[in-house]
Design a protein. Structure first.
Length: 86
């Protein structure tokens, strides 16, 4: 179950991906695969990661597996939860 905060994070992550790659937000469902469904490449992924890091004041390590829109949402939400807990 997504909390209100998680929903807000999801909307913001989708907005950033949409803006970075010029894809309509409605097409960016959490299960959408970045490489297979949208043809993203490594540079696209890095651009999105940099935007997310700047917007959310987090670091997304190279080891984090990012294959779908939901992977970004989950990671950003987990970092937000960790920050709230500390």
């Amino acid at each position: 179950m997504l909390t209100t905060t998680d929903k807000a994070i999801e909307r913001e992550v989708i907005r950033i991906i949409s803006k970075t790659k010029e894809i309509r937000p409605a097409r960016l469902q959490t299960k959408a695969r970045l490489f297979q469904d949208f043809g993203f490449d490594t540079v696209d992924l890095v651009d999105i990661i940099l935007e997310l890091e700047k917007n959310f004041d987090i670091v997304i390590p190279d080891e984090v597996p990012i294959n779908t829109v939901g992977d970004f949402v989950d990671y950003v939400a987990s970092q937000h939860t960790l920050r709230e807990a500390s």
